[in-house]
Design a protein around this ligand. Structure first.
Ligand SMILES: Cc1ncc(COP(=O)(O)O)c(C=O)c1O
Length: 412
């Protein structure tokens, strides 16, 4: 039955998240993915073992290079992102650093979108220079800026869209046209979207990265990352980088993500609709200076977002009037939403980028990137929207009272 469906039509994303289009046989009949924690794998003869380690034969031979459960996750991610192959690793940063070590060597230069995730910035300013790798932060909303930033030793372009935390939308197709012209691989961090909402490889990107810690797993109980790219690159990273740095993802964690993926379609729908309602509420609040959400018509790249993304995502950032004091008083006053560094979980999570996720950026660079002291990033959870909005409302009221009491001119 399933075979007939596979042959006759392409599944929708929710079906694909739950079933395996690309699995031709169901080996043991288990409906849920079996967990295989084995580190060592045996071979019928020496030739099979040596062909597997040399890559002549595809297979799993030692736990530091992968395991069966992880392989199932990797195959699922390659299919979802429409890539040739995928590699699961122990965190999003492991995926980012391994990819960058895979494309860059001593003396090479990278072009990076200017409001990149704080951990990526930290890698580029600490580990990368120790390996002789340099980078330029570029306003990638302007294609000319990308072209102007290309140096003779530039070896790749790295973008995040929507970006963390300012939700800047970059035109993947337009950027890919330029990177192809200059023969530079385009790397896209697709964490904020998940393959449900955006498939960068279909838009011309070469490598896709996710922090699977976020939406893919979706339950806040696994650290993981994934790279999707062509099979040759993935093989290289698995054998030459992940194997040496030892960032493999365990079978237990791969199982949890596979379980989480089954509800990704449903979760993303709810994250998006809750975020949109929160953004609309915030846009009309007198204590809010500015709202960043690609689903709002006021967003500067609304048109690109509308064309490029299947949904506007679950993250809303906003700037409070009154800077750091009001922003931190506001998040302290929240009762339902939690102060947390992560995102993409069932719970609504808030954080203050200037002092939390992006604290590694020097103040001048942080402000130049638009990450002000009054900025708050909110990850819309899966709760009832009325409860999230009521929580925000009571926190605004508290800040308002505080401002009035202290005579600060930020109150509504
Ligand atoms: C956009 C983005 N990319 C990558 C990462 C890093 O992921 P991890 O924390 O799983 O290493 C994060 C973490 O917040 C992120 O927001």
């Amino acid at each position: 039955m399933i075979g007939d469906i596979i042959m006759t039509r392409q599944w929708g994303i929710s079906t694909e998240l739950i079933h395996d289009q690309h699995t031709t046989e169901r080996k043991i009949g288990a409906v849920a993915q079996p967990i295989v924690p084995a580190v060592a794998y045996s071979f019928e003869n020496h030739k099979m073992a040596s062909d597997t380690v040399s890559g002549k034969e595809d297979g799993i031979y030692y736990g530091r290079y992968g395991n069966c459960t992880l392989r199932a996750f990797e195959e699922k991610m390659a299919a979802l992102e429409n890539g040739e192959a995928a590699l699961g690793l122990g965190s999003g940063m492991a995926a980012i650093s391994s990819t960058l070590f895979g494309v860059l060597q001593n003396g090479d230069h990278l072009i990076v979108t200017k409001d990149v995730y704080g951990g990526t910035y930290h890698f580029l300013t600490t580990l990368a220079p120790r390996c002789g790798i340099s980078f330029s932060l570029v306003d990638c909303t302007d294609i000319d800026c990308i072209v102007k930033a290309i140096q003779p030793n530039t070896k790749a372009v790295y973008i995040e869209t929507p970006s963390n935390p300012l939700l800047t939308i970059l035109d993947i197709k337009a950027i890919a046209q330029v990177t192809k012209q200059y023969d530079l691989p385009l790397i896209v961090d697709n964490t904020f979207m998940s393959p449900c909402l955006q498939k960068p490889l279909e838009l011309g990107a070469d490598i896709v990265i996710h922090s699977a810690t976020k939406y893919l797993n979706g339950h806040g109980d696994v650290m993981a990352g994934v790279i999707v790219a062509d099979a040759k690159f993935i093989h290289f990273i698995r054998q030459q980088i992940m194997g040496d740095l030892g960032q493999v993802l365990s079978a237990w964690d791969a199982f949890l993500i596979l379980r989480g993926l089954k509800t990704l379609g449903l979760r993303m729908e709810r994250h998006c609709s809750n975020a949109h309602k929160i953004a609309t509420f915030l846009e009309n609040h007198p204590l809010v200076e500015k709202v960043y959400y690609p689903g709002l018509k006021s967003h500067p790249q609304y048109e690109i977002a509308d064309r490029q993304m299947k949904g506007m995502g679950g993250i809303v950032s906003f700037e409070m009037k009154g800077g750091s004091a009001t922003a931190t008083a506001f998040i302290d006053a929240l009762k339902l939403s939690m102060i947390s560094f992560s995102l993409g979980d069932p719970e609504t999570l808030v954080q203050h980028p200037a002092t939390m996720t992006h604290s590694s950026l020097p103040e001048t660079e942080r402000l130049a990137a638009g990450i002000t002291d009054g900025l708050i990033r909110l990850s819309a959870g899966l709760e009832d929207i009325e409860d999230i909005v009521a929580d925000l409302e009571q926190a605004f009221d508290k800040v308002n009272e505080l401002s009035k009491r202290n005579g600060v001119g930020t109150h509504a």
